[in-house]
Design a protein around this ligand. Structure first.
Ligand code: GLY
Ligand code: MN
Ligand code: MN
Length: 462
């Protein structure tokens, strides 16, 4: 299958779900001003790209229930193309992208009311695109003005994300291939950053977080990635305990751990890898103890990741290992927090592990897709959260299927606090890999960068 026929197939699959009187409207992303006359680098909307593969700005797609697709895109304009780049243009877009029609986006207000006429349901992504509801309202109003001429206005508006999120949740083989390549590039970038850190420290250089960030970016671009999939976290020492820390100017010192959470985006797909390594290439005793614990919890989570398991199973598996380890290492005091069951029940582990073990990964780093099992939404129970006292409605978590992609990313973050052994203070560790769910288990596609402590030390010596 060619790339364009993959997009055409996706549009057909979506059209079949719109109903015969349905129409879907999907804009690409808006261009965003950075400052004065500089824009942020344009990044297409993921839903729009999923259905078109088209990366130009100022574009819209309309799909009708009878399977017809219409694109609105920038018209050819020699002067603008000299400044901004070649445009595909509406004349050749239908043949190139396997669409039924294409028009200049300048004429969209004339075409959309006509496309909406005589349909019962208009679908568009809710709460994603600023101003989209207003545009749709405008087209519906333009159509209402023609009711006395026989126009029929859609009487329902529905959230298109509901359909597209389910489709995007299962990655087809071409998506999996792209994600494997993205993960391989990111893995190489992590290796380079680790080696640079050890090498610069060996040479007596003043190493900063931004040096390692530069190394990541260099490898991403060298291998053809368009940009990082999210803001890279390069956190030296205590900074690793700040979950959303960004690479900055802090010194990377011998004896520190460095946590790097970084992944490239390749052809629209994200990778998301975290490694935590000793800046100088050798873990200290306390660092190694906690590192091996986080790794054991990640292994337990990976073993719980397979078709038929629930999305929450890997989290529960990693929490069990981490909680036991917190008791064994003295991070948690048995005399205060009780047994393993108590630690889990009362969420005492939350002091050191306060995030979930994973999320969907795809075109967006925190990819779309519901975390509840759609076939079991009615099965509810209630419980009181042990830490906040809030009532929580439990619904069964999503059952994993082959082709779903998720991260597995347990961690431990030790902020100094009374009763916490000093040797562990300010250690922050996360290990994150990207997993494709398979029938029997999962494929960890990001293991091009080693994860075992001994292997990391070996590659940093090289
Ligand atoms: N890098 C974002 C995350 O790990 O979720
Ligand atoms: Mn992640
Ligand atoms: Mn991450």
């Amino acid at each position: 299958m060619t790339r364009n026929s993959i997009y055409a197939q996706r549009r057909a699959t979506l059209a079949a779900q719109l109903g015969p009187g349905g129409i879907a409207i999907i804009p690409t992303a808006l261009e965003q001003q950075r400052n004065r006359d500089s824009d942020f680098l344009f990044r297409h909307d993921s839903y729009f790209y999923y259905l078109t593969g088209f990366t130009e700005p100022k574009a819209w797609l309309a799909i009708t229930g009878d399977g017809k697709s219409t694109l609105f895109c920038q018209p050819k304009d020699l002067e603008r193309e000299i400044w901004d780049g070649i445009r595909l243009g509406p004349d050749v877009a239908p043949a190139t992208l396997q669409l039924d029609a294409a028009y200049s986006v300048a004429d969209i207000d004339a075409h959309l009311p006509k496309l909406l006429d005589n349909r019962s349901v208009v679908w568009y992504p809710f709460a994603i695109h600023k101003g989209l509801e207003t545009r749709v309202d405008g087209w519906l109003n333009a159509l209402r003005a023609r009711v006395r001429f026989g126009a029929m206005v859609p009487e329902q508006q529905r959230d298109l994300c509901v359909l597209l999120d389910e489709m995007r949740l299962i990655k087809d083989t071409s998506e999996q291939d792209t994600m494997r390549r993205a993960a391989q590039i990111s893995a190489k970038a992590h290796i380079r950053a680790m080696q640079l850190s050890a090498r610069m420290l060996r040479d007596g250089k003043d190493v900063r977080e931004f040096h390692l960030d530069a190394e990541l970016l260099h490898e991403f671009r060298l291998q053809g990635s368009q940009y990082p999939a999210y803001g890279s976290i390069v956190a030296a020492g205590a900074n690793a305990c700040v979950l959303h820390y960004r690479a900055d100017v802090a010194p990377v010192r011998s004896g520190d751990l460095v946590l790097i959470d970084a992944g490239c985006e390749l052809d629209g797909y994200a990778s998301d890898i975290t490694r935590t390594f000793p800046a100088n290439g050798k873990y200290t005793g306390p660092q190694r103890a906690l590192y091996d614990l986080v790794l054991a919890s990640q292994e337990a989570a990976a073993a719980a990741t397979h078709a038929g398991a629930r999305f929450t199973d890997p989290h529960e598996a990693s929490v069990k290992v981490l909680a036991q380890g917190m008791l064994d290492t003295g991070l948690l005091d048995k005399n205060k927090v009780g047994s393993l069951d108590d630690v889990i029940e009362k969420r005492a582990y939350f002091q050191f592990y306060m995030h979930r073990t994973g999320h969907w990964l795809g075109m967006d780093v925190h990819d779309c897709g519901g975390y509840l099992e759609p076939s079991e939404l009615g099965k509810t129970s209630e419980r009181k959260d042990a830490l906040t006292g809030e009532t929580i409605i439990n619904r069964p978590a999503r059952i994993l299927k082959p082709g779903m992609v998720l991260t597995i990313e347990p961690g431990i973050y030790v902020r100094p606090a009374p009763g916490v052994p000093e040797k562990f203070h300010n250690i922050g560790i996360r290990i994150e890999d990207d997993a494709i769910v398979t029938t029997k288990g999962c494929e960890l596609i990001s293991r091009g960068v080693p994860v075992k402590a001994d292997e990391i030390e070996a590659l940093m010596r090289g």
